[in-house]
Design a protein around this ligand. Structure first.
Ligand code: PMT
Length: 404
């Protein structure tokens, strides 16, 4: 299947300055193009000693700008045109030299002139030798630029091409991409404190076995990622998953439904909205046995007792907060979801038929119908979990506006 794109058509100008990490900038352009960004690349003279303009031109599908005073380039591309085209200007890798020039207001080549002329946000991803990075002159320049509204990514730690170990590596292109998306997103959830649950629970049977379900956590993590990108403070209460916490999100890891309940109840008073995407375990074994259950028995009977319904409990003490639940259904989707919406006193429920292809557990996509407490029904097509998260937040903001 072709990867689904998020449909960005935003303009990114990438300035490449001269360091060994230039090769990673090529991969970054590939990722941006794959996600439908329009990319124009500016290369400094020094960067062309590491990678040729032809490489970036081939990957971006656009001519690469390299010179300020070239008759042809200035008439075809033009430094003011590029500055105006940019919705975000990224410099990766950003050398100590280019950072120093920008901090001093020097505009003696195409890249630094575009930095001067653009009104777009500027993001710099420094990459250099660890001692150069620690140099107080560079640190002072970074402080100054941050104070003027420039954005910086911290270099990653590890083996450096110069032979040293330490902080100075260009972060992974996927991380830079995440930062770009975050900066380009409108911050319409600023001021919100979202409490999100994700993933499955594990209810122990004995020290080596447990009862669980097929939730991967992807839906809840997508909510957390998009919430943070839109400016919310996000607390993610997560069952066991293989996923890394999205950047800027505080994760609280839990295992059982009882632990999830404790964490949620503790964080609930200070949040503005709760989104429960977790597949909370409905039952737990009455007796969890402290020694491994021996095999060899002809049959084994388990007695289960119901876990508390966390969301229902929140619905009984709502206190003006927005409550959003999920309903994982295998039949009569809308009727079942509407019953849960009512019984748990929710504002919105996201109903997904987990038997439908591309929907529900584990995959990167979902098919959902949004049902709200005012009777609104919004059936959505197959989309990436991130896009669904965005639709849910759009709905949350409408609910908030209507409640004023
Ligand atoms: O994690 P993924 O692999 O990405 O899969 C996503 C998902 C299918 C798990 C997700 O989209 C989803 O549907 N989550 C809710 C699953 C579920 O438990 O549905 P439910 O109909 O049993 O519960 C209804 C709501 O009550 C849910 O918001 C649930 O979190 C909550 N609940 C349920 C039981 C319980 N004891 N306490 C609860 O709070």
């Amino acid at each position: 299947m072709e990867p689904l794109h998020s449909g960005n058509s935003q303009n990114v100008v990438l300035g490449v300055s001269g360091g060994i990490a230039c090769y990673k900038a090529v991969e970054l352009v590939r990722l941006l193009i794959r996600e439908s960004f329009r990319v124009r690349v500016i290369m400094t003279k020094e960067s062309m000693k590491f990678v040729t303009p032809l490489t970036f031109q081939t990957i971006s599908g656009q001519p690469v700008a390299t010179e300020l005073f070239s008759l042809t380039q200035e008439s075809q591309i033009g430094h003011i045109n590029i500055a105006d085209f940019a919705e975000l200007l990224l410099i990766a890798p950003a050398t100590a030299n280019v950072i120093g020039k920008i901090a001093a207001g020097i505009a003696d080549d195409l890249l630094t002139t575009v930095v001067m002329a653009t009104q777009a946000p500027v993001l710099l991803a420094p990459s250099m030798n660890v001692h150069m990075y620690q140099n107080p002159i560079l640190q002072e320049n970074i402080r100054k630029l941050k104070g003027l509204g420039y954005h910086f990514m911290e270099p990653a730690e590890g083996y450096l091409a110069c032979g040293y170990e330490g902080k100075g590596r260009l972060p992974d292109p996927a991380e830079v991409l995440e930062e770009i998306k975050s900066l380009l997103k409108k911050k319409d959830l600023l001021g919100h404190r979202l409490l999100i649950t994700a993933g499955p629970n594990r209810e122990p049977l004995d020290p080596v076995r447990y009862l669980s379900n097929r939730s991967s956590g992807k839906m809840g993590y997508a909510l957390a990622r998009m919430g943070a990108r839109r400016g919310a403070e996000v607390i993610l209460v997560s069952g066991p998953t293989a996923l890394d916490p999205p950047s800027g999100v505080r994760r609280i890891s839990v295992t059982t439904a009882a632990e999830m309940r404790d964490a949620v109840l503790k964080e609930f008073p200070r949040c503005t909205a709760v989104l429960m995407a977790a597949a909370v375990a409905d039952f737990r074994p009455v007796n969890s046995i402290s020694k491994k259950i021996k095999k060899g028995k002809k049959s084994l009977q388990l007695t289960l007792r119901p876990n508390p319904d966390i969301l229902k409990e929140l619905g009984e003490n709502k206190n003006g907060k927005i409550l959003i639940g999920f309903a994982a259904e295998t039949e009569t989707l809308v009727a079942n979801a509407r019953r849960k919406l009512r019984e748990k006193n929710l504002d919105l429920i996201v109903a997904n038929d987990v038997t439908e292809p591309g929907s529900g557990f584990d995959g990167d996509t979902n098919v959902a119908t949004l049902l709200d407490s005012k009777g609104g029904v919004d059936p959505l097509p197959l989309m990436r979990k991130e896009e669904l998260a965005d639709r849910i937040y759009d709905h949350l903001l409408k609910l908030k506006a209507n409640s004023k």
